[in-house]
Design a protein around this ligand. Structure first.
Ligand code: ATP
Ligand code: MG
Length: 628
């Protein structure tokens, strides 16, 4: 593993040289004067003086090379439609939408808010904003009016682009009424609202609201010149998922992000121009920004935009798409794999998956049993990668484009180039040696592509991320981790989720891993609950592969005892949950993360607070009932 170590070393210790070279991957209209300005840490400016454009690097740059090659493949199993755009057609659409936004007065630095389902028009709009130097703020389509209003007030967009409706699991989800409500709730008044009418739900247009197709038709064949931005100018604002509380508006730069994505397409995803990339995330999340829209296109790859779930029409749909479009790289989330795990494994063998090189999974801990199951079922490498909205691209990952390293189950392998990651003691700020658990922190400067600041609030950026650990100005990920003797990293849960049981500090993830190793478990969540005697105790909630196995009090007791013994053996009696309860589902955010803070609140008899990001409120009711 020498190569990957040397590579990482160079990215930190010969930082300027390393990143100057990487800067050469993209088109600069004006070359940069300095690779890095770190005179005002923790603020870092990458590629100072350089002028570039995200849309140019994603779209225009590839025109002379592959104009007729597929660039954007849209498949919707929700409305049974698909549309394929070549590079040239994508270029046409983006130009037309840019002309349409320009007509509404959108220019450099203006914000455009997108509240859209997974349709090509959303991708065109993002790229059109980038073309104009406007700042997009994509709000996940599943959010309710109240969340949307908050984000409208924070971004103060000049234009909002939305749609009549989305669809999920075959059910139409109207968007327009939510948008109208949000506009009523918010203080900010956009100059125009543009609605894509998919013919799914009634969406009457009020004053200042326009039909997308009608406006679009006026700009057939339009050409809009690229607005060249200084590297540090913002490209977009994106809010964190809100798992731990109030979301933070992450501001991304332009040049550093373009370089970082271009580099990741080779080093992390080991891909080449002309390949096909399929990321199942949503454009409302960071993974969707970086690896549905920008990364693959910057890397000259075709990207698949998929509106649908992994189980409709059946559990083979992802594999069917891999076969049909000869997907080389698939990127999904552990939560999707856990859903598939409950399906017939035969579904994986029905399709020709020979084009597929690697499956990447990110977003939440990938437990060993799930990693093993999908790895064996696919017969392909599975790469767990760890990152955050803030980072914009993986912080920890295997990097097969640098060197092929043996995987270790449960570990997202190693820090990526540019990320000076440490495990530190949260009370002293000292680095901890291998084997010790602590906070995962990053020594500034953050590399290219990571957040530049919190939108409109530099002070909150510094305070939130760089001042949480006494005596040391490092970026806290607010995750808890450990490195093993061979240098493999493990994420043990969020710092909020560290449980202190009678003086022993335990990551909830460790206990979850242990319970998950029991053959009957599909998934589980462990939280720390206040306890008068021990300070805190662990409470576990388990979803069984076959729920009938916990029917009746005796069966339930026996199974609970069984699982407790597993934890006893693996982690010791201190880690043993006070109770293990069986539920049919876990409360999750819409991005698939377990809402632990809500579970803790319910367990402690408190109000769970803001549940706007919850996928299925009923799952929290099930937790409540299981406590009785
Ligand atoms: P908020 O910051 O608003 O509470 P969030 O942290 O869930 O929301 P994201 O930026 O979408 O918002 O998620 C990043 C977090 O997801 C990481 O900090 C980590 O806790 C978790 N995570 C992501 N990938 C992995 C992974 N591969 N293994 C373990 N945890 C992961
Ligand atoms: Mg976070």
């Amino acid at each position: 593993m020498q190569k990957i170590r040397d590579f990482h070393y160079a990215s930190i210790h010969q930082r300027q040289e390393f990143w100057r070279r990487e800067g050469g991957r993209i088109h600069w209209e004006t070359p940069f004067e300095r690779t890095l300005d770190d005179s005002r840490l923790p603020f870092a400016r990458w590629y100072v003086g350089g002028k570039t454009n995200l849309c140019y690097n994603a779209v225009d740059r590839w025109l002379p090379l592959q104009a007729d090659r597929q660039a954007l493949i849209w498949v919707s199993t929700e409305v049974d439609q698909e549309r394929i755009y070549t590079q040239a057609q994508l270029h046409d659409e983006v130009n037309a939408v840019a002309a349409m936004l320009r007509e509404q007065g959108v220019g450099q630095g203006d914000r455009v808010l997108l509240y859209m389902p997974m349709i090509p028009e959303a991708v065109f709009t993002m790229l059109a904003c980038a073309r104009l130097g406007a700042i997009h703020s994509v709000v996940f389509g599943g959010f309710a009016a109240h969340n949307l209003a908050q984000r409208i007030d924070d971004a103060r967009p000049k234009v909002i682009v939305s749609a009549d409706a989305g669809s999920r699991g075959g059910k139409v989800m109207p968007y327009k009424p939510l948008l109208d409500q949000a506009l009523d709730l918010s203080q900010s008044r956009p100059a125009a609202v543009i609605i894509v009418d998919r013919g799914l739900a009634p969406a009457p247009l009020a004053d200042g609201q326009w039909d997308y197709a009608e406006l679009r038709a006026r700009h057939e064949g339009a050409r809009v010149p690229v607005t060249w931005l200084e590297s540090s100018e913002p490209s977009y604002i994106l809010y964190t998922s809100g798992t731990t509380g109030k979301p933070k508006g992450v501001q991304r730069d332009t040049g550093g992000y373009t370089v970082a994505l271009a580099a990741s397409m080779e080093y992390i995803f080991n891909g080449k121009p002309g390949e096909t990339f399929f990321c199942t995330s949503d454009i409302g999340w960071v993974v969707g920004h970086s690896y549905i829209v920008y990364g693959p296109l910057i890397g000259g790859q075709a990207t698949i935009l998929y509106e649908g779930t992994p189980v409709r029409p059946d559990g083979a749909i992802l594999w069917k798409l891999v076969e049909r479009f000869k997907v080389n790289t698939l990127f999904s989330a552990p939560t999707a794999v856990r859903v598939l795990k409950r399906q017939d494994p035969e579904l994986l063998r029905r399709h020709d998956l020979s084009s597929l090189r690697t499956l990447y999974l990110a977003g939440e801990p990938l437990d060993e049993p799930t990693a093993r199951w999908i790895g064996e079922a696919l017969g392909k490498p599975v790469i767990d990668n760890y990152w955050q909205t803030e980072s914009g691209w993986p912080i920890l990952s295997a990097q097969p484009g640098v060197e092929r390293t043996p995987p270790r189950l449960g570990s997202p392998s190693f820090p990526t180039y540019g990320y000076d990651v440490r495990v530190i003691d949260e009370s002293t700020g000292q680095d901890l040696e291998a084997g010790r658990k602590g906070v995962v922190a990053i020594v500034p400067p953050l590399p290219p592509g990571a957040m530049s600041t919190i939108w409109g609030d530099d002070e909150r950026f510094v305070r939130t991320y760089f001042e949480s650990i006494p005596g040391r100005q490092v970026y806290s990920t607010f995750d808890w981790g450990r490195v093993d003797d061979d240098g493999y990293w493990f994420i043990l849960g969020r710092t909020d989720d560290v449980i202190n049981v009678a003086g022993h500090r335990l990551g909830t993830r460790e206990i979850e891993e242990s319970i998950s190793s029991h053959a009957k478990v599909a998934e589980c969540a462990v939280v720390g609950v206040a306890d008068a005697l021990k300070g805190q105790v662990a409470a576990a909630f388990v979803v069984l592969k076959d729920p009938s196995q916990a029917e009746g009090a005796d069966a339930m007791r026996a199974l609970e005892g069984d699982m407790m013994r597993v934890v006893d053996q693996q982690l010791g009696a201190v880690a043993r949950p006070a109770r293990i309860r069986f539920v049919a589902a876990l409360p999750k955010t819409r991005s698939g993360k377990v809402l632990r803070r809500a579970i803790v609140a319910v367990c402690e008899g408190r109000d769970p607070g803001d549940l706007a990001t919850i996928e299925d409120p009923n799952a929290l009711e099930l937790i409540k009932e299981s406590l009785k």
